[in-house]
Design a protein around this ligand. Structure first.
Ligand code: ZN
Length: 96
């Protein structure tokens, strides 16, 4: 269910590290995941989410960072991922 790689792209390259953190937005409508991040990129990711919120591309709300295994899979919404990494085009074709 979860992406198997960090959602952050740096210098046009998608980070290949396994994710260890889930970044989600908590709003009035509930909580939804915007992507996953490795240990190294969690702050970068949160900064990007914040920027996208300021630009109105993501729902406003508080950004929450949680360990990957602490989050349920019922609130996953994958459509925001492309906003985080617009320069990589698309997801891997065979996400496991
Ligand atoms: Zn990363």
């Amino acid at each position: 269910m979860f992406p198997n790689k960090c959602s952050v792209a740096v210098a046009d390259r998608r980070c290949a590290n396994p994710p260890s953190k889930v970044v989600s937005i908590v709003s009035d409508d509930g909580q939804y995941m915007v992507g996953v991040s490795c240990e190294q990129h969690s702050e970068v990711f949160m900064a990007r989410v914040k920027k996208l919120q300021e630009d109105g591309k993501l729902e406003s709300g508080s950004i929450r960072l949680e360990p990957l295994n602490a989050v349920g899979t019922d609130c996953i919404r994958g459509d925001a991922d492309d906003l985080i990494t617009p320069d990589t085009g698309k997801q891997a074709p065979h996400d496991r």
